[in-house]
Write a new protein. Structure first.
Length: 332
């Protein structure tokens, strides 16, 4: 998994010379710091300030998850890419061009969902035709005519709802979804969506950290005091290709099974440890998979594509060069 390390078990994490030492059940595992850019703590892990200082010196971002596999927060070393000029311009863009920027994001969501559904339409799932026609003909026009953020968010919500409604046509019955439930998820498909979306959100936090963008100033989502809302904006367009294609592949190939990989209680459903390992491996593999970038004329990974969208946004903020988020169809 390259520069990302996942700690799945409970234990203690500390600095040992120039390595990170994870102690679990009397055994030590050493992780060389030069190979790490992100740490994911998926269980109860004890850490100390000596370790945090060591991680900060090496610009390592740490993501914390709770029992329900929800995102608790990140340890985010002090900004090492700071630009007062970009910060001022980002605020100006929010004030003057927020709707235009947000429209581009929702347009990207719709177009990428269209491509995911069209794949199933080509493979004899003709039941999805009404939704792909709606996405192709009606939605883009509606997005362009929205007069405010609330109206645009309502449109986005309808796009996702229509997408969820098509799952019944290409997922097995035990992964059916009556409605989207998040905190906590109530069935296997909601558990997968929540876990996948959270992983992508944290990957986007790490991508933005490598740029001069300010995480707090977003365009589609309302800027919030308790979350990195720009990461929500940028990750939305990638959900169809990174999160949902991963889910569909794992479920339809029976690599994830309800009876083997989920823990169910009265009011929630989450992946068990084996399920998390299966999903994380597939998720990381998809992030590292490459496609031919039609504009750069070379192969890039989806992890790189996340960062490229950050740079596109910077170009839009500073130079007003049209912001067109990642497109599955165009591979840009």
């Amino acid at each position: 998994m390259g520069s990302t390390k996942y700690i799945m078990s409970a234990g203690e994490l500390k600095r040992k010379d120039n390595s990170i030492c994870f102690r679990n059940e009397g055994k030590n595992v050493y992780l060389p710091i030069e190979n790490i850019k992100e740490l994911y703590l998926m269980n109860e892990v004890t850490i100390n300030t000596k370790l945090l200082d060591f991680l900060a010196q090496n610009s390592v971002v740490v993501h914390f998850f709770n029992y329900y596999q929800g995102y608790s927060g990140s340890y985010y070393p002090k900004d090492h890419y700071c630009s007062g000029r970009l910060l001022v311009k980002q605020v100006q863009c929010f004030e003057e061009r927020r709707l235009q920027t947000a429209r581009a994001i929702v347009r990207g969501i719709a177009e990428n969902i269209y491509e995911v559904l069209y794949h199933y339409y080509k493979h004899d799932k003709k039941e999805v035709k009404d939704t792909i026609d709606w996405l192709h003909k009606d939605v883009i026009l509606r997005i362009n005519e929205t007069s405010g953020i609330k109206e645009l968010l309502a449109c986005e919500g309808e796009i996702w709802a229509r997408f969820y409604g098509e799952f019944v046509h290409f997922l097995p019955e035990d992964f059916s979804m009556n409605k989207r439930v998040k905190r906590p998820p109530d069935n296997p498909i909601n558990a997968l969506i929540s876990f996948g979306n959270t992983l992508l959100y944290t990957k986007t936090i790490s991508a933005i950290y490598q740029t001069h963008l300010d995480q707090r100033i977003s365009f589609l989502h309302e800027p919030a005091e308790r979350r990195f809302s720009l990461s929500l904006d940028i990750s939305e367009v990638f959900k169809p290709v990174i999160v949902y294609r991963t889910i569909f592949e794992l479920v339809n190939n029976r690599k994830l099974q309800v009876e083997k990989h989920f823990e169910r209680k009265v009011n929630y459903c989450i992946l068990n440890e084996d399920g998390r390992k299966v999903f994380i491996e597939a998720f990381e593999n998809r992030l590292e998979s490459v496609f031919y970038h039609s504009r750069l004329k070379r192969k890039v990974s989806y992890r790189t594509a996340l960062k490229l969208d950050c740079y596109k946004l910077i170009k839009w903020i500073l130079e007003e060069k049209e912001f067109v988020p990642f497109s599955i169809k165009e591979n840009v």
